[in-house]
Design a protein around this ligand. Structure first.
Ligand SMILES: [Zn+2]
Length: 527
């Protein structure tokens, strides 16, 4: 074949490879059908490229495509607010470990981008470009139009539009997003990029005023109180000895099961810090309303509030966790913008000092935000905790970080009990099952595995909690657990029996990486 004609294959082949990667889950089913879908998507993207010779326009199309490929390779999912925040909400050192971890994926996407950007395009006659584009567009939208006459679709559409309006969009916009993006995304996964970007923009714009909106706050306990709440990082219940993991990664918790209340069936509010922590610490409607945070609640009930964190203070993208932290009367981020330069021991020291300095205060709430088992796992513990060896290195290192977190929890529990305070600990989310599709990684897929949500929750006794051991707990409603534990109440917690319903559920409620609230039975999760 003529070498000049072969040049015209460069761009289509690169696009086809990209599209196959983006659609990789479809290839699990019927290979032949998936290959045809990929073919039509190639036609659509090629048609888009043909529409204009403008270099900037072409660059935008190329970036959309390669970004989708990269997110698929690094997170096995489509782009969403959650993935954007995860990529951008990292400190320089985290970014470095992320890049080295995904080095080959980055190189690969770069090569694909070059091929699509510089590959010559076929121009046969003036009808060719519109024709190719029209065929691609028909593939995308004819099924959407047909489905829109379906009754079942009407219900789904209403649910989608309602949730869009609840996110703060006008109805017409939510409807347009439904047809143009949500319904079409199966046939063109890269299109979700658009929604991810509008959601991100919208989120960064909103909630400038987060002063307390709690009403009718009452403190049921007039006595002096010390409450310490620990929030763990990426700690999977299934890798903890006390939750039946074969390795004894939690010697402290396992030995003191009788002195503590350890809850066996607890699910996190999300699968990444960004989504999960705000959803746990405030009422979500469905986006976390930071005005209705537990910090504001405690302050209104007469507590002095303190936030000690071993995570990054800013990145501006991390703003909703930082926003809650800043509501506290006092906050301290000893690691500043380089989380992980210190182990979590730094928070033990800070707490000891704080409890000394504030001894005379009547009511104190201290929140400790650990760096726990954040990747890179081997950096999370001192060498003396490198106890587990022999399985895959990454699992060994993860388990060592769990062991270290158990030790930190022991130190804090002993310190708080000695001061006659209460300590409670939960983890912000788990990670994927080591044997599963997202081994020890953030599970930001649209359909998450239940084990990614399964996290520890324990308290010292007595804890004032009106929970039974067999209860299924969704930390999405943590504000309700907090109100029992801290013995504070407010109107919003009782409106329409909010907390009564929240703590008595047979389903798991969490916020997914698109910030949609999902309510599911356990059997409906991926394994
Ligand atoms: Zn996290």
């Amino acid at each position: 074949m003529n070498i000049n004609l072969l040049r015209f294959l460069i761009a289509p082949i690169a696009i086809y490879i990209s599209v196959v990667i983006i659609n990789i889950s479809k290839f699990d089913d019927v290979f032949f059908v998936a290959a045809i879908h990929a073919g039509f998507q190639l036609i659509l993207i090629y048609g888009l490229l043909l529409l204009s010779k403008n270099r900037v326009y072409r660059l935008v199309v190329v970036l959309f495509l390669s970004m989708s490929v990269f997110i698929q390779l690094s997170y096995s999912t489509r782009l969403s607010v959650g993935t954007i925040m995860s990529v951008l909400g990292t400190s320089p050192s985290e970014a470095y470990s992320f890049i080295t971890f995904n080095f080959y994926a980055l190189i690969f996407c770069f090569i694909i981008s070059l091929a699509v950007f510089f590959g010559p395009l076929l121009t046969i006659n003036r009808w060719f470009a519109p024709l190719v584009f029209f065929v691609g567009l028909s593939y995308l939208y004819i099924p959407v139009v047909i489905d829109s006459f379906d009754d079942e679709d009407a219900l789904q559409r209403q649910v989608y539009i309602n949730s869009g309006v609840a996110r703060g969009y006008p109805g017409w916009y939510a409807a347009m997003e439904y047809y143009m993006i949500d319904r079409a995304v199966w046939r063109m996964p890269s299109i979700s990029t658009l929604r991810a970007m509008t959601d991100t923009y919208f989120l960064l714009e909103m909630q400038l005023d987060t002063s307390s909106k709690w009403e009718g706050v009452s403190a049921l306990n007039a006595d002096s109180q010390l409450l310490v709440l620990g929030i763990g990082e990426s700690l999977r219940a299934d890798n903890m000895g006390v939750y039946n993991y074969p390795r004894n990664t939690t010697p402290f918790l396992s030995k003191n099961e009788n002195m503590l209340d350890i809850f066996p069936t607890v699910y996190s509010a999300g699968t990444n810090t960004y989504g999960s922590v705000p959803a746990s610490l405030s009422i979500s409607e469905p986006i976390p309303n930071l005005s209705l945070s537990i910090i504001n609640l405690a302050k209104d009930a007469g507590f002095k509030t303190y936030w000690l964190s071993n995570q990054a203070k800013y990145s501006s993208w991390d703003f909703s966790v930082s926003t809650i932290a800043e509501q506290a009367d006092y906050s301290d981020f000893p690691s500043n913008d380089e989380p992980g330069v210190e182990t979590d021991e730094v928070l033990v020291d800070k707490l000891k000092q704080l409890l000394n300095d504030t001894k005379g205060e009547h009511k104190r709430l201290v929140i400790l935000h650990f760096y726990g088992s954040h990747m890179t796992f081997s950096d999370r513990y001192p060498p003396s905790f490198a106890k587990f060896i022999g399985t895959a290195p990454v699992i060994d290192e993860y388990d060592n970080s769990v062991l270290y977190s158990d030790f930190i929890n022991q130190e804090i529990t002993e310190m708080v009990v000695q001061q006659k305070g209460r300590y409670m600990f939960f983890s912000d989310h788990g990670l994927g099952d080591p044997d599963g599709a997202m081994p020890l990684r953030h599970d930001l897929r649209e359909k998450v595995a239940l084990s990614s949500l399964k996290v520890p929750l324990f308290t010292t006794k007595p804890n004032q909690l009106n929970l039974k051991k067999e209860d299924m707990i969704s930390l999405f409603y943590f504000e309700c657990i907090f109100s029992q534990w801290a013995e504070v109440d407010a109107k919003q917690l009782n409106d329409k029996e909010y907390c009564k319903n929240a703590l008595n559920q047979k389903v798991v409620t969490y916020i997914d990486s698109n910030l949609n609230v999902k309510i599911k039975e356990r059997k409906d999760f991926l394994n």
